[in-house]
Design a protein around this ligand. Structure first.
Ligand SMILES: [Zn+2]
Length: 448
């Protein structure tokens, strides 16, 4: 009898160990905000095997090893900053990860040579040091003498290395073919007549058309930098449907009916970069530089707060809103709200709005500023669930990687943040980060 029961017991154990799958990580009993826009789910377990989400359910969790108690915590997808300029990845990658940014999109920039891009890519595809996943465009296509900042071939902008000056339509066919040999998301095209008056002549429409046509022929697409409604129309007319900034655009639903129709018909993705507006008036608000920020970021980042040029720039920006929007004493909220109103209208007609900061510009910080961007969206009246979608799922959609990233769903890569507080109560709770996971692995944060 004794022997029999022992055999019975042993066979039971063998049976259960055969059945029980060993997961590499289970987050138990957590509040799940999965990024799809579905309502928050309570008491959920998320099972990870290797780097992938294997299962999501509310069953009793049998496994004791590799489990993290998610009680009273909130799980959201890893954040995307969809407009980042890196200048020093060794310094900036750990900061991005610290603030939960597990993927970035780099639309060209001063350091964006093929060599530097491939160094960043190598770093981002391993887990030994904290680094986000990196997606990027070609070097900037523009016309010499125009934006970025009246660029000429110089020490900063070197034609053929970090920028391409387009002089006619003939060269475009070969050039698009050439840049598309790199693993890019698309061509970065700057359509801007100048950052401030005196404006230079606008880029020719036939150049824009040709670049988009060649991009399509090579099965890629164009990401356009535009700075006003005229340039928006020029891009749309050429068939371009991805925009990397919102700044400068102002859509009036009555006045711009035809423009809106055109947008509705195209599959538009649009990055917000409200941080650019905030950064302009930063010198008027030294109180924005908190002691928490100074724990992570070099005070060098804020040295221009007292710089006369930057102070003048802030005054100019305020004057612009006074003149053009009849705000008596423009507050941050006023500067932001009319833009967020436009974004809400665009979302309604099907535009894929995506959060991005344009970090690398003065006062826009890699990592922290994506949280500021989300706070600006909230300040302007955007729904909090929408804000989370814009910073996760919508970014993955724009980058054509929705099959593996952007949401917490079975089959997706395990990139997510565990938060101590509910971001649906206040979006600033995205800063209450308990831990950051990329590829199912806990990432090292700066203050761990
Ligand atoms: Zn930029």
């Amino acid at each position: 009898m004794k022997i029999l029961s022992l055999i019975f017991l042993l066979s039971l154990m063998a049976c259960s160990s055969e059945k029980a799958e060993e997961y590499d990580l289970i987050i138990t009993n957590v509040n799940l905000i999965d990024g799809t826009g579905s309502e928050i789910r309570k008491g959920v377990n998320v099972y990870i095997k290797e780097n992938t989400i294997e299962s999501i359910n509310s069953d009793r969790v049998e496994q004791k090893r590799n489990t993290i108690d998610g009680s009273n915590k909130y799980l959201i997808p890893g954040l995307f900053d969809s407009h980042v300029h890196i200048s020093n990845y060794q310094d900036e990658f750990p900061k991005l990860i610290h603030f939960g940014v597990t993927s970035i999109f780099v639309p060209g920039g001063k350091i964006a040579t093929n060599d530097y891009y491939s160094q960043m890519r190598d770093l981002s595809s391993q887990d030994s040091i904290p680094a986000p996943r990196i997606y990027y465009t070609s070097q900037i296509f523009t016309v010499e003498g125009k934006h970025p900042s009246y660029a000429n071939s110089s020490g900063v902008w070197r034609n053929g290395e970090n920028i391409y000056f387009i002089s006619d339509t003939v060269q475009i066919e070969q050039l698009v073919k050439e840049v598309n040999l790199e693993p890019i998301q698309g061509i970065k095209l700057v359509i801007e007549d100048g950052v401030q008056p005196p404006f230079s002549e606008r880029i020719e429409q036939n150049i824009i058309n040709k670049i988009n046509d060649e991009a399509l022929k090579n099965e890629t697409r164009v990401f356009a930098h535009i700075s006003d409604n005229v340039e928006l129309k020029m891009a749309l007319d050429a068939g371009i449907s991805n925009f990397v900034h919102f700044t400068g655009v102002d859509i009036d639903s009555l006045r711009d009916k035809r423009l809106l129709e055109q947008i509705r018909e195209m599959n538009v993705s649009w990055v917000t970069t409200l941080m650019l507006d905030k950064s302009m008036i930063y010198p008027n608000h030294p109180e924005w530089v908190s002691s928490e920020l100074l724990e992570i970021y070099d005070p060098e980042n804020f040295k221009n707060l007292t710089n006369l040029l930057f102070k003048a720039r802030a005054a100019e920006s305020i004057q612009y809103y006074k003149d053009n929007y009849s705000f008596e004493n423009p507050t941050l909220k006023e500067i932001i709200k009319f833009q967020v109103d436009d974004m809400k209208m665009l979302i309604e007609i099907g535009v894929n709005m995506v959060s991005g900061t344009d970090s690398g510009n003065p006062f826009i910080l890699p990592g922290y500023s994506i949280h500021e961007e989300m706070q600006l969206l909230e300040l302007g009246g955007m729904d909090r669930m929408k804000i989370i979608e814009m910073t996760t799922r919508n970014a993955a959609k724009m980058l054509n990687i929705s099959d593996k990233l952007g949401t917490i769903e079975v089959g997706k890569l395990a990139d997510f943040l565990l938060l101590n507080k509910n971001p649906l109560e206040s979006i600033s709770n995205t800063l209450s980060i308990h831990s950051v996971y990329k590829n199912g692995k806990k990432q090292t944060r700066i203050t761990n």
